[in-house]
Ligand binder design. Structure first.
Ligand code: PXG
Length: 454
């Protein structure tokens, strides 16, 4: 523990003595002590040492409307006083969940007018897996159980979510994936495209879906799930040829398509959903994060009308959570979506801040460490390399982690996925704050380069 501040040390001691943090090396965290985040406003966080930090990750990709909006706190408080909880299991409902389902139906792609609510994105994908299998069973094809997913995709951390995800380091713990989930390569040209052009590689990666469908047998494949743009995998924007080819393959075979919109949904691409951005026609969409701007946990699954028509013939769907459609979460989500709409935040991302961020980020291409800058909307990735021409990495140096630490120390949160630096700031970020973000990113790239050669 390094802090001289007694209050920080006290909180870090509590962490050491009692807290098991997600996705963390417990022992290592004890040695270092967590940074204690105490308050936030707009796009900025403050820690217990008084440091002001520009949050280039919107929390964990979720704080769309920025921190500190009283309207959401007021909505929660009002709902807690009126009806803090009631379940939706036994033929009851409550106004916030019904109003929210209608508002989501209004913004979702055409023909997707029903929502099943959950407490998180992982639960949304667990719901998806059970609903897909239930759907095919109702249609008399119970063998269509297999879900095709992608290596390095992220779909959550529950048993089904982590199995659907293609993170091998997650599969290694807990004997995953569960049966009936298979993975195909990801459309990550920079990392895996070899000698192919990005366009050729996009078609190759998409064709892996068709090959897998034929290998497993179309009579056994229930669905294909994918993020429109992979988030946790490293902001992987597929080559332009990828989604058009996937759409052709999906049209050819009778399988469902699930868009995992947990990161791309609610404006991240400058459209309401990543599926709108790419012109995809999903049968189901998983949502969470931006649905409530992370102010309170909530997720869900938006379902196409034709799928609902089949489910309607299937009797009970034996699935649900205590907190499905929680009234306080629903009230917060309603207020969050009202703000996104009334303040035209997504329109502004589309026409102003996303083009500006993408232009400014690409200026970093001239930096000796930078092999590629890519991004869509308010998502960005910077690839750190040793050799720009061959895309060779600084093997074994942990360059991403070095850069991440410099960012932390200089008041910027930018994540590292291997040697890929990623950003996803709140959707309300201003042009001046984008300038600050890019200036800090450049400074940290300089510091990283000096550390490597110093
Ligand atoms: N799908 C996608 C696309 C996600 O990004 C989930 C599902 C699961 O959502 P919940 O609410 O169950 O966490 C996510 C979550 C990271 C990171 O390291 C990303 C997520 C979660 C934790 C870490 O970028 N995304």
């Amino acid at each position: 523990m390094t802090s001289n501040n007694p209050q920080t040390r006290e909180w870090q001691a509590l962490s050491n003595d009692h807290h098991l943090a997600p996705f963390s090396d417990f022992k290592q965290l004890k040695e270092k002590g967590p940074r204690i985040i105490t308050n936030a406003k707009g796009v900025y966080l403050w820690d217990s040492e008084g440091n002001k930090i520009l949050d280039g990750m919107a929390g964990l990709w979720c704080v769309a409307i920025g921190y500190g909006r009283d309207e959401l706190a007021d909505a929660a408080s009002k709902q807690m006083r009126e009806l803090p909880y009631y379940n939706l299991f036994f033929q009851t409902a409550h106004p916030p969940v019904l109003e929210l389902a209608k508002v989501i139906a209004d913004i979702a792609p055409q023909g997707m007018k029903h929502v099943f609510f959950t407490g998180s994105g992982s639960e949304g994908n667990d719901t998806m897996l059970r609903m897909v299998r239930h759907y095919w069973a109702i249609k008399g094809q119970p063998n269509k159980k297999t879900i095709i997913s992608r290596i390095n995709g992220y779909h959550g951390s529950t048993v089904a979510g982590a199995s659907l995800g293609g993170m091998t380091y997650m599969h290694e713990q807990g004997d995953l994936p569960i049966p009936g989930i298979v993975h195909i390569p990801q459309p990550y040209w920079f990392g895996e495209g070899g000698d192919m052009s990005a366009e050729e590689f996009g078609v190759w990666a998409a064709n892996q879906l068709e090959e897998k469908i034929l290998e497993v047998g179309v009579d056994k494949v229930g669905a294909f799930i994918a993020e429109p743009i992979q988030g946790a995998g490293g902001v992987i924007v597929p080559p332009e040829t990828y989604w058009p080819r996937i759409k052709e393959i999906l049209a050819k075979y009778d399988i469902l398509f699930v868009a995992d919109e947990v990161i791309c949904g609610f404006g991240r691409t400058g459209e309401w959903f990543g599926s709108d951005f790419y012109g995809l026609k999903p049968d189901m969409m998983t949502i969470a994060k931006g649905l409530t701007s992370g102010y309170i946990p909530m997720g869900g699954l938006i379902v196409r009308d034709e799928v609902v028509a089949v489910l309607n013939e299937g009797g009970d769907f034996n699935h649900g959570f205590t907190y499905s459609g929680h009234p306080v979460a629903a009230a917060v989500a309603l207020e969050n979506i009202r703000i996104l709409r009334d303040e035209k935040i997504i329109e502004r991302v589309h026409s102003e801040t996303a083009p500006y961020l993408q232009k400014r980020l690409r200026e970093l291409n001239d930096h000796p460490l930078v092999g590629e800058v890519r991004g869509v909307g308010l998502l960005g990735a910077i690839e750190l390399v040793k050799d720009k021409a061959t895309r060779a990495r600084y093997e074994g140096k942990g360059v991403g982690m070095i850069c991440r630490q410099f960012c932390f120390d200089n008041g910027l949160i930018m994540r590292a996925v291997g040697d890929t630096m990623i950003i996803a700031p709140p959707l309300v970020i201003s042009l001046a704050e984008i300038d600050e973000l890019v200036a800090k990113a450049r400074l940290c790239l300089d510091l990283t380069l000096s550390a490597l050669h110093g």
